[in-house]
Every structure is written in C-alpha cells, then in structure tokens.
Design a protein around this ligand. Structure first.
Ligand code: AKG
Ligand code: FE2
Length: 178
C-alpha cells in the first residue's frame, strides 16, 4: 500500500513515481522463482499499471557479445530500502543471464551499480530490448498475477494516493523452488 513517507522512493509503497524495472531480490544469491501479486483493491481512478517485460523475447534481439557479457559473474546490485537484513552490498560477482538454461537470473535498474566497464553497455542494451517488448496490466480487485521472476522483469506506473484507507492494495508473495 502507498505510504506517504515513501511516495517518491523506489519502494513498493511508492505512488508518485514510476517503480523502475526489476526482478525481485536481484541482490541475493538465489532470487525467488516466482512473484505473486494479488490485488485486494485497485486504486479508485484505475491509474496504476503493472508493466511486464519478457526477457525471452528481449534475448532474441540482443547480440551474442552482450549475452556473453550478461552471463559473466561481474554485476553488482545494492539492497533495496525495505530490506533490513545486513546484507553485503559490495558483491560484484553476480550474473544476469544463465546462458545454459536461458534464464534471467536478476535485473534491477535502480539497484544496479555501474562499473564503467563493458558490462554497463550489455546492461543498457538489455534494458532497451526489454523496453521494446513491454506489456501491461491494470490489476483489478480479486486478480492475481504469477510472474516468472527468472524470465519476466516488472515495474509499475505512478498513480494517485490519498492515504484515506481506500488506496491501492496489493499482497505480494515470493516463491522459491527447492
Ligand atoms: O505495484 C505493482 O503493480 C508492482 C509492485 C512491485 O513491483 C512489487 O510489489 O514487487
Ligand atoms: Fe516487484
């Protein structure tokens, strides 16, 4: 739900800013496999839009060199503001793409730490390819979407929040295979 103090931050409690493109928990060793978003209440003006970006489609349009770059253990993602655990954010040894499984391991525009190397260009080229395959959904009450977190990047438009008990309300679950 929107929280006034986080209205313009990159958090799921924001509302006045676009929540940037991400997969869940990009900064952990093994991010969750699925994200479930259940809409308890849509925003009264039905402005909020959830955007989905299928990496399988994006992979088709980026070059081999970028794919190889993205598969190297050389990317660093910081933790997000809702994570209170003391995680080490200095890890620069994560890959974005698993080339064998053709899976997207992680992606987060806000948390990505640039290094000024060739890796940044591959990150940006993937961003362009993802943006080109964007689809969207306006979740209505009672609807649930299940997002494959190792295939699909998601984000959310800005929307109006009134903090009057009638704001948009989603419940999120993260699911891990074992
Ligand atoms: O509000 C949305 O539609 C998506 C929010 C989101 O990305 C999340 O809660 O992880
Ligand atoms: Fe999310």
């Amino acid at each position: 739900m929107p929280i006034a103090s986080q209205h313009d931050q990159q958090s799921s409690a924001s509302s006045s800013v676009t929540l940037e493109m991400h997969t869940e928990l990009a900064f952990v060793d093994d991010p969750p496999d699925y994200v479930l978003l259940f809409c308890v209440r849509q925003d009264p003006n039905a402005e909020a839009e959830t955007y989905l970006f299928d990496a399988f489609d994006a992979f088709n349009t980026i070059g081999c060199e970028d794919m190889i770059e993205l598969s190297k253990d050389q990317f660093c993602f910081g933790t997000d503001i809702n994570v209170t655990e003391n995680l080490d954010t200095s890890v620069i040894d994560r890959s974005i793409v698993d080339l064998v499984a053709m899976r997207l391991m992680r992606y987060d525009v806000d948390l990505y730490k640039r290094t000024g190397s060739r890796a940044d260009r591959a990150f940006d080229n993937l961003l362009r390819a993802l943006v080109a395959v964007r689809t969207s959904i306006k979740l209505n009450h009672g609807q649930l979407i299940i997002i494959d977190n190792k295939r699909v990047v998601h984000s959310r438009s800005h929307f109006n929040a009134a903090y009057n008990g009638r704001d948009r309300w989603l419940k999120r679950s993260l699911v891990q295979r074992y």
